[in-house]
Design a protein around this ligand. Structure first.
Ligand code: HEM
Length: 476
């Protein structure tokens, strides 16, 4: 009786699965107009309550542990991919400790060493890739960005040893592992289908590669570098137990996989947007010349802070193309919705979609326009956000301080206990990739227009449709 309104549909079980799946943002906007900020739809037979807007983001992402649960929903997809006993295959308190351990690889000191590594990987990629041999050409940028992301992330986060294996066996294995992350696996994760068999083989083989490396390092009694694997190998849970080798291996997989899709899709969107706005690409080039010097010296971590437009590119692209369009939670106890008559029962699941408020004209004037300069405070398009959650009180869920509030229209990295730990790394990686591309290339759409390709929602992430072709030209 006090349940939120149900989105009209013709068929039970199927409900709105198809209209939602084809274009989730559009589905949210249309139903928000009809029903308001809270409504329920049927997703694969399950009553799914959407609550959009800053209050909805707060309600779901800052839900209490006794009320909302992430692992029950995600484990079927993630556990076969990452492996057992990590992330969503363990109690939340253990995940909080694991997030703390994984964050060790993500300090300022670490980032200072990562920027030159990432910059070199990008330069070398363009030197050796057959796609960029000529002076100009057309390329499927999503394909290039997927490769650049894996080379830069593995080299920086996992060290040269693991990175070099990506030229041989690891790239194919990770590709097979990736296939586990397809939405059909929400239902068919258990099925002995060919791609699931390859997924399981890949998981076991990759985990063994990491575990063999751990054993070698333990036998040698030392390691060449104090990288993430070294830190994890030597970390101890609060109960005094050292992280077992298989959990170290599975966290190494999780760390790489967690960022791969989000970063790779974001960098593809950035390149596509720049191809549609060559004026911004030129402004980025001038920003580097003016702020770093006409000779464009090797990029260092400290340089990134001197490139505000380069930073704004990432923010603005994540506003319109946040890779994760839907965040789901199981409901563990009936949840009254503050300020309304509604109660969300335990038979429902909750869905947060922060992208809806990120494209709401009451917060972002002319929301559909990709305009990185709107992040300048004095831009007429500047966000109308009175207080940012970033400036609010902080709280520690066990993995370091995060903003206490989630009552914000702009949350591409989520909020609360499940908030992303990879935000700074993603920014360092993306800013470095963009800066290096801008140094080497001019980009534009193949037809010279300012159009932007549509979004593929068939995977779990909001990627550009294929083929994402753009025209490139090397700078003189
Ligand atoms: C969680 C976004 C890159 C590691 C999340 C969540 C979002 C997100 C929205 C919250 C999910 C939820 O509440 O269910 C992004 C975006 C990225 C990015 C937009 C890049 C543009 C990365 C990278 C890493 C990473 C590079 C690793 C180095 C994680 C981890 C979690 C997380 C470990 C925690 C999951 C949990 O506690 O349940 N990310 N992410 N992410 N992300 Fe990221």
């Amino acid at each position: 009786p006090n349940e939120p309104p149900i989105v009209f549909h013709w068929f039970p079980v199927i409900g709105s699965t198809i209209t939602y799946g084809m274009d989730p943002p559009r589905f949210f906007h249309e139903n928000r107009q009809k029903y308001g900020d809270i409504f329920t739809f049927i997703l694969l037979g399950k009553k799914t309550t959407v609550y959009v807007g800053p209050a909805g983001n707060e309600f779901i992402l800052n839900g209490k542990l006794k009320d909302v649960n992430a692992e029950e929903i995600y484990t079927v997809l993630t556990t076969p991919v990452f492996g057992k006993d990590v992330v969503y295959d363990c109690p939340n308190s253990k995940l909080m400790e694991q997030k703390k351990f994984m964050k060790i690889a993500l300090t300022t000191q670490a980032f200072q060493s990562y920027v030159p590594i990432i910059a070199d990987e990008v330069t070398n990629y363009f030197k050796r890739s057959p796609d960029f041999k000529a002076q100009s050409g057309i390329v499927n940028i999503s394909k290039s960005m997927a490769q650049i992301t894996i080379f830069t992330a593995s080299h920086s986060l996992q060290g040269a040893e693991i990175r070099n294996k990506f030229d041989e066996s690891l790239a194919d294995l990770y590709h097979d592992l990736d296939m586990g992350f397809s939405p059909v696996n929400f239902m068919l994760h258990w099925a002995p289908l060919p791609w699931n068999k390859r997924r399981d083989y890949a998981q076991q083989t990759i985990a063994k590669i990491y575990m063999d490396t751990i054993k070698e390092r333990r036998a040698a009694g030392k390691s060449d570098s104090q990288d993430i694997m070294w830190h994890l190998m030597n970390s101890t849970y609060k109960n005094g137990v050292q992280i077992p080798d298989h959990e170290v291996a599975h966290m190494m997989i999780a760390l790489l996989m967690a960022g791969q899709h989000s970063s790779s899709s974001t960098s593809s969107w950035i390149m596509l947007r720049l191809a549609s706005r060559p004026d911004i690409l030129e402004a980025l080039y001038r920003e580097q010349v003016e702020n770093l010097g006409a000779d464009l010296p090797p990029l260092a971590y400290e340089d990134l802070a001197k490139l505000p437009l380069n930073q704004a590119i990432i923010k603005e692209t994540l506003r319109l193309h946040a890779p994760i369009h839907s965040i789901l939670r199981a409901v563990k106890s009936p949840m009254p919705v503050p300020g309304t008559k509604f109660v969300v029962p335990t038979s429902h699941q909750l869905l947060a979609a922060a992208g809806v408020s990120a494209t709401d004209p009451s917060y972002f004037p002319e929301p559909d326009r990709w305009e990185p300069t709107r992040w300048n405070k004095d831009s007429p398009l500047a966000p109308r956000i009175t207080k940012s959650v970033e400036d609010e009180e902080k709280i520690d869920y066990g993995y370091g301080l995060v903003s206490k509030g989630a009552n914000s229209p702009y949350l591409p990295f989520g909020a609360g206990r499940h908030r992303c730990i990879g935000e700074q790394f993603a920014n360092v990686q993306l800013q470095t990739i963009v800066a290096m591309v801008v140094r080497e290339f001019k980009l534009r759409n193949v037809d010279g227009s300012d159009k932007v390709i549509g979004t593929d929602y068939a995977s779990l992430f909001s990627r550009p449709l294929e083929p994402a072709n753009i025209y490139w030209e090397k700078r003189e």
